[in-house]
Design a binder for this molecule. Structure first.
Ligand SMILES: Nc1ncnc2c1ncn2[C@@H]1O[C@H](COP(=O)(O)OP(=O)(O)OP(=O)(O)O)[C@@H](O)[C@H]1O
Ligand SMILES: [Mg+2]
Length: 292
């Protein structure tokens, strides 16, 4: 899972989309890759970069609202979008404000018990992956967890992830927010350990770093739990290709941007290393699908 540490725009979706492409392009040798976009409404950069315009195709939030929320289409057809060897479940056609209404409705239906909602969403995520993605036999499923996420949903993903990437924006202004997210990650890891469930490996990805950036060391000295750290430089070409061309930067080579090659190589390293880490991690599938 790629989890945003801090406020929006740290680059989670850009990283997830490019990782998916690095692993899922025909001939890469990693088999099929599943991708799940948990973004809210129109803010679905990941789906967009993988070729599905926001709010056009049914996806995750259609599945959730159909299940619990009587004001929404009750039997949406959720068919993953396929490009190369990537099977994507986009965020869906539900606008952000409707998602908010639906979530408060779901919460009230579950006696305002956030634990109950968390476990329900855990089951829903597992169901969605099994019913909609498993048929493509993905060797890996990447989940993009944006900063705006409903926290019981972030918890549900943290309960099942084998590899957690906490993505933070370089610079001291974002460190406190990053620590907040890292504390949530530690809390869920402890909970998993207490339940006897294998714990995930946590990596820190510092994104949009300028030369000499020290964010990774500073977070480490503040006690951030992590198995490894990656630093992605700020690259004007990445920005341009993502925002103006609405495309995957990894497809390109931009020699005139001296940070681009470093960005590209780091994305490839993250994708390949973490594929191995995820493959070797013990299975998590034994978590009871019910609140204990
Ligand atoms: N390494 C980078 N260099 C330059 N620009 C970058 C880099 N990574 C991301 N960006 C830019 O940062 C912006 C935000 O990226 P993105 O949408 O991936 O963030 P996000 O964390 O998914 O945001 P949200 O929390 O809103 O979902 C985009 O304009 C993207 O082009
Ligand atoms: Mg995003």
């Amino acid at each position: 899972m790629n989890l945003a540490g801090g406020k929006g725009g740290v680059g989670t979706s850009t990283i997830t989309a490019n990782m998916a492409y690095a692993l899922g392009q025909a001939g890469a040798g990693f088999g099929n890759i599943g991708v799940l976009d948990l973004a809210y409404g129109a803010n679905s950069t990941l789906s967009k970069l993988l070729g599905v315009p926001p709010l056009r195709s049914n996806g995750f939030w259609n599945y959730i609202t159909a299940k619990y929320y009587p004001y929404q289409d009750s039997s949406p057809d959720i068919t993953p979008a396929l490009t190369q060897q990537i099977a994507l479940i986009p965020s869906g056609t539900i606008e952000a404000h409707r998602i908010d209404w639906a979530l408060s409705y779901i919460l009230s239906k579950m006696n305002n018990d956030p634990d109950k909602v968390g476990w329900a969403l855990y089951n829903d995520l597992a169901e969605l992956i099994i019913n909609k993605l498993a048929r493509y036999m993905p060797s890996l499923v990447l989940i993009d967890v944006p900063s705006t996420i409903f926290k019981p949903l972030a918890w549900a993903v943290l309960m099942m992830a084998r590899v957690v990437n906490v993505i933070v924006k370089a610079g001291s202004t974002h460190q406190d927010e990053a620590m907040e997210v890292l504390e949530l990650v530690s809390a869920v890891i402890n909970q998993r350990a207490q339940m006897g469930v294998p714990t995930p490996d946590v990596f820190l990805i510092v994104n949009q770093a300028l030369p000499g950036d020290n964010t990774a060391n500073e977070l480490k000295s503040r006690g951030a739990p992590m198995r490894g750290t990656y630093v992605l430089p700020y690259s004007p070409a990445v920005h341009y290709i993502t925002d103006y061309m609405k495309d995957l930067a990894i497809k390109y080579d931009v020699p005139q941007d001296k940070f681009f090659r470093q960005w590209r190589e780091t994305i490839l390293a993250i994708a390949r290393n973490e594929y191995e880490v995820a493959r070797q991690a013990p299975k998590v599938a034994r978590i009871p699908f019910k609140r204990p």
